[in-house]
Design a protein around this ligand. Structure first.
Ligand SMILES: [Zn+2]
Ligand SMILES: [Zn+2]
Length: 241
């Protein structure tokens, strides 16, 4: 775990055959109001909890888990995490949150073949991802949490209820799997995905001033070049329809 900037910590994903999403912790520790952004792959709960403890963060300070989206590599160990931090609320965009509450896991696995593979490989039980969502996000909220301000930006397209968290004062963007630091974007062929909508989401992000890009996988970047999102959008635009 590493401090990215004041009030933003990074726990690197521990990829296996299936990638494990990065986890970010946001909030000033002195506020005792921390949020975890995404949790990661099934089986990685212990690693993520240990990383928090090693940094000296108090698990009691972790008030909520905010999911950028509910794909298996981001939500897989949520049961393990909730066991250690039972008081943490779950916040997720309504479009995916309502599916979770119904026990509809199509947005978790994205496709049937992947569901079979994951449930076999990780011994996932039926209804493992049926859960109560404490706050259904709509997009557009301005969250005042952990002595910081984070905007919830709706960025569907990779998944139906994808969100980014953006700190205007720190110029930090946490976009889940919608855009990466190596000019790649998230896939748009899974359940609930849509290339045209992804294009609109990237366009929305392109107007933000971003210094630090913290995607769900691979490299993170400090000192992102100006116009980066626009450039990535230009590259991918021909495929996004
Ligand atoms: Zn994803
Ligand atoms: Zn992912």
């Amino acid at each position: 775990m590493a401090l990215v900037t004041k009030g933003v910590y990074f726990i690197k994903g521990q990829d296996e055959m299936i990638p494990d999403s990065h986890v970010y912790v946001i909030g000033d520790p002195s506020s005792k109001d921390l949020s975890i952004i995404d949790v990661g792959l099934a089986g990685k709960g212990r690693y993520k909890i240990n990383s928090l403890l090693k940094e000296g963060l108090d698990l009691l300070s972790i008030r909520r888990i905010i999911l950028t989206h509910t794909h298996f590599d981001h939500i897989g160990c949520i049961g393990e995490i909730k066991k250690e931090i039972p008081h943490a609320e779950i916040w997720v965009h309504r479009a995916e949150g309502e599916l979770l509450e119904k026990g509809d896991d199509r947005a978790v696995y994205g496709m049937d073949m992947f569901k079979e593979m994951c449930t076999m490989q990780y011994g996932i039980k039926r209804d493992a991802f049926r859960m109560k969502v404490d706050r259904m996000l709509e997009g557009g909220e301005v969250l005042e949490i952990g002595d910081m301000v984070w905007e919830v930006i709706p960025i569907p397209g990779h998944s139906m209820g994808g969100i980014a968290l953006y700190s205007p004062s720190h110029e930090v963007l946490i976009p889940g799997d919608v855009i990466y630091a190596d000019y790649a974007i998230g896939r748009f062929d899974l359940f609930g995905a849509d290339g045209k909508i992804l294009r609109e989401s990237l366009n929305r992000l392109s107007s933000l001033k971003i210094d630090i890009l913290l995607p769900g996988h691979n490299d993170i970047v400090k000192g992102l070049p100006d116009g980066y999102v626009r450039k990535v959008l230009k590259m991918w635009e021909p495929y996004l329809m």
